[in-house]
Design a protein. Sequence first.
Length: 96
Amino acid sequence: MWHHYEGGALNIYVIDAKGKLKIHTLGKDIENGEEPQLVVKAGDWFGSKVKDENSYSLVGCTVSPGFDFEDFELADRHKLTESFPHHKDIIEKLTR
């Protein structure tokens, strides 16, 4: 679960197992569609970027069950682009 603490809004890009991309805006301005918390489901790919590049976002992430590096996979640009070619632009922005 992502939590927004301070600063500007953070866009969180989530690609689910079916390949659907959803952009969530983590922040405190609920009246304008921002969410103070967000749950990303296990198995979904996600990346984030500060909405206003002249700002910062102080956020936190709580994981459950406990985090184990053996279960962690860092996104690979080439593999993600092969799996989700229709999201190539955003994948390239958020990966190396």
